[in-house]
Ligand binder design. Structure first.
Ligand code: ADP
Ligand code: ADP
Ligand code: ZN
Length: 215
């Protein structure tokens, strides 16, 4: 397989962004992430899509899903320009999964499993580079210099939605909307469940084995 088409699933905080970066670098594929795409367009006018709010911001700060029409369009556009990819943060409900099936085939579907307790610790301690988007953690993945990105020297910030209240809501939204997506993909060709609670390098070793086994 020259440029694998990878879907990575898991709850908020499971390590999808962290591991997707490695997949993109190692296999030379595009990292397509709806979370980053939406954060870059938080204030875009979506009022013509007949949505409850006029911009993605309100949904995101509360930890609710942005309407399907908005994210479907983002993913369709990104996929049309990618050969291989790692898709991260989409689909988050069964309707999005159905849309995705019309857009592309997938070679491998990874599912990262992590307990709710651990997810809360990871999300509330997450710090993100404001320049390049690299993830750090105040305890589990400290930068060499506090508040400064190891990769590019950018400032590390806490996301607006990484507060306790929004985190709890995102985990509830995951249980209700996204867990059924994982169940749906569990009999897909190339589905592999990964223990996401291991150290990042051990999670990565399992992911590499899973992708290489498909080649
Ligand atoms: P996390 O790191 O918590 O998994 P993301 O960065 O993937 O979060 O997403 C942040 C927010 O962006 C979500 O809480 C949601 O509001 C919105 N979002 C991202 N992807 C989707 C999607 N596929 N469908 C609807 N909303 C989405
Ligand atoms: P997601 O994209 O699934 O929301 P992230 O990759 O942003 O998750 O990871 C969430 C937080 O947990 C980040 O602060 C990250 O540094 C940290 N993290 C990621 N993988 C691990 C791991 N295996 N063990 C401990 N912390 C991790
Ligand atoms: Zn950076």
């Amino acid at each position: 397989m020259s440029a694998p088409r990878v879907l990575i699933l898991g709850p908020p905080g499971a390590g999808k962004g962290t591991q997707s970066g490695r997949i993109a670098d190692t296999y030379g594929v595009e990292h397509i992430t709806t979370g980053d795409a939406l954060r870059a367009n938080k204030d875009m006018d979506i009022s013509d899509m007949d949505t409850e709010y006029d911009t993605p911001r309100e949904y995101m700060e509360a930890g609710d899903l942005v309407p399907d029409a908005v994210v479907n369009a983002i993913v369709e556009e990104a996929l049309s320009q990618a050969d291989g990819f790692v898709l991260d943060g989409y689909p988050r409900n069964l309707d999005q999964a159905e849309e995705l099936e019309d857009m592309t085939d997938l070679d491998i579907v990874l599912s990262l499993d992590v307990s709710r307790e651990e997810l809360i610790d990871r999300l509330t301690g997450r710090r993100v580079c404001s320049e390049c988007g690299t993830n750090f953690h105040v305890e589990f993945d400290q930068p060499e210099e506090e508040g400064v990105c190891d990769e590019c020297g950018g400032e590390l910030i806490q996301r607006d939605d990484d507060n306790r209240e929004s985190v709890e809501n995102r985990l509830d939204v995951f249980e209700e909307n996204t867990q059924p997506v994982i169940d749906h993909y569990s009999d897909h060709d190339g589905f592999v469940s990964i223990d996401g609670e291991q150290a990042p390098d051990d999670v990565w070793a399992d992911i590499e084995d899973a992708i290489d086994a498909q080649e």
